[in-house]
Design a protein around this ligand. Structure first.
Ligand SMILES: [Zn+2]
Length: 132
């Protein structure tokens, strides 16, 4: 059985190796669907939705209103550092694909049996990571 819940956050980023508009610093209203797989417990649930919130919301709270910056993007790192601004430094280009994998790994590390994370960068564009 699978259950899912969606979470949203706003975040800035840029893709330093992009040849188009995404090389510019900009932001998105991201949405992510977190899918959990498991057997039903005695209450008839895979996992109580509030227990999913307890694990997922702190992760999303770190991202919300932050600027995700690739640590190899030294030009942007130098602009953002030392100002007290909320940033999320990562070791990958912040594509929807990589963000989906990043979130999957964080949720999995928390102990939830996450089976899929789908990240919408826009209402029409999404990337899905299923741990493979
Ligand atoms: Zn973007």
């Amino acid at each position: 059985m699978k259950v899912s819940k969606t979470y949203d956050w706003v975040m800035g980023h840029r893709l330093m190796s992009n040849q188009g508009e995404c090389v510019n610093p900009h932001g998105h209203n991201y949405v992510a669907e977190v899918e959990i797989e498991g057997q039903l417990n005695l209450e008839g649930m895979v996992l109580d939705f509030k227990d999913i919130d307890a694990i997922v919301k702190p992760i999303w709270g770190r991202l919300d209103h932050s600027f995700m910056v690739y640590q190899k993007d030294q030009e942007l790192v130098s602009v953002l550092s030392g100002r007290g601004w909320k940033t999320t430094e990562v070791d990958f280009e912040s594509t929807a694909e990589n963000i989906a994998r990043y979130l999957f790994d964080l949720v999995r590390a928390s102990g939830i049996n996450v089976s899929k994370i789908k990240v919408w960068e826009t209402p029409k564009c999404a990337a899905t990571y299923e741990g493979k």
